[in-house]
Design a protein around this ligand. Sequence first.
Ligand code: G16
Length: 543
Amino acid sequence: MTIQTVATKPFAGQRPGTSGLRKKVTEFQQPGYLENFVEAIFQTLGNLSGRTLVLGGDGRFFNRNAIQTILHMAAAHGVARMLVGRGGILSTPAVSCVIRKRAAFGGIVLSASHNPGGPDGDFGIKYNIENGGPAPEKITEAIFANTQAISSYRISDAPAVDLDDVKITTLEAMQVEVIDPVADYAELMGRLFDFDAIRALFARGFTMKFDGMSAVSGPYARAILEGMLGAPAGTVINGEPLEDFGGHHPDPNPVNAAELIALMSAPGAPDFGAASDGDADRNMIVGRSIAVTPSDSLAIIAANARVAPGYAAGIKGIARSMPTSRAADRVAEALGIDCFETPTGWKYFGNLMDAGLVTLCGEESYGTGSDHVREKDGLWAVLFWLNMLASTGKSVEQLVGEHWARFGRNYYSRHDYEAVDATAADAMMAALREKLPNLAGQALGGFRVAQADDFVYTDPVDKSIASRQGVRIIMTDGSRIVFRLSGTGTEGATIRVYLERYEADPSRHALDTQQALSGLVAIADGVSELHQRTGRQAPSVIT
Ligand code: G16
């Protein structure tokens, strides 16, 4: 067995987006494509002797091939030890957990998250640093620069490593330790939440459905909910990870998890419903006939955090991405703690958590998490809700209704226009940016613009600046319209329009969300000329 040096040429466009490099599987299958990116990672990391790295993915099509390639390249770059999930499986939050628990140097996560899988679907790769979180921009930019300068990569020609049993083997001089993908993570959850109270809840006949969406959360949910917490068998549906996610779009929102939503509105619905995405970092929380918005979920968790043992001492602060509703800001104010507003991308929360400024983080895109790891964490959010339900004896509907009565309701929705012509989308954003200076003070459809800008973030810890993070139009009553282009789409451009309206009056808390936001929708259309510019008459997805 020898280490080979293989000549190669750069591929254009290997710049990592919001969450690493995400492309079609067919693109990743080009000879040298994955290898170039992995070589660029290793070149960026420098000397790896004595270092341990964690490796795993969400099990989608191409996962196993990619794991073998990365192991063989790691061995060629002098990595001392690789910790790999059995079968190449590790959820994104589990990678973060293992990096932290075992004090690894970093890890490689293979996933395209909520994007569809299979031979015609998407694949992705990202590097996480030693705090367990996604690499900050200075590292991802260095990786990108290396992909553009590459002329060769190094790889071992040793046979494939058996990954299907928990055991330690060697590859060249590197140790490969195959680990149980669930154990470290389940142990951490047991320390954060009141498992006795949740066990007692299920023992009293409480019913739940968890939709694994045929992706990686299934094994974790089965082990914890059905195994450790005594939920009846069958609580976890679509719990077997499949390479193509059963043809489903594993993005937990009311549109893609329609089966669960229907179940929760039918006669005899379970008490609680939840779903997670491809790599198990997103979550959706559903009560009987109510889907909780991620923005509300963050706020409700923050307001009730002390019920969970891991948060009994209270929370230090909250962070939310800019487009996420301001429901959490009101809770932070009541608690007398800070609420930070960051650009979209979980990586922006890392510094705040490392500096001890925040405990809870959340995003409108069905991501919620805390400083227990440095990724968002789907099952963690579900267990937090179970802990709240068990400790308060209230239903999801009650918890949400009482929260709105106390803090007011932030009506919220996101309208996505997917696979739009990228040139048209860029032109729309450019035109919007030009209009911004003239918008402040203008009266628009019953609202008055208080502020209109392109969000710029200065990291409070390292003072790095991220600009052009989303066009926002903020009204004098606090209502907002935000426009940004997705950094995770793999086809053309995806335009996201985020709409938010605050309503303090409890007698107006039961309106239909889209109706409550219709005035803002009309303003958004008018200001952006979205329909004329893209030729789209309606959003592809409304959440
Ligand atoms: C990633 C990021 C999130 C972000 C989401 C959507 O999530 O980690 O922080 O909110 O993408 O980003 P965009 O609006 O740019 O598509 P995931 O679950 O895809 O890794």
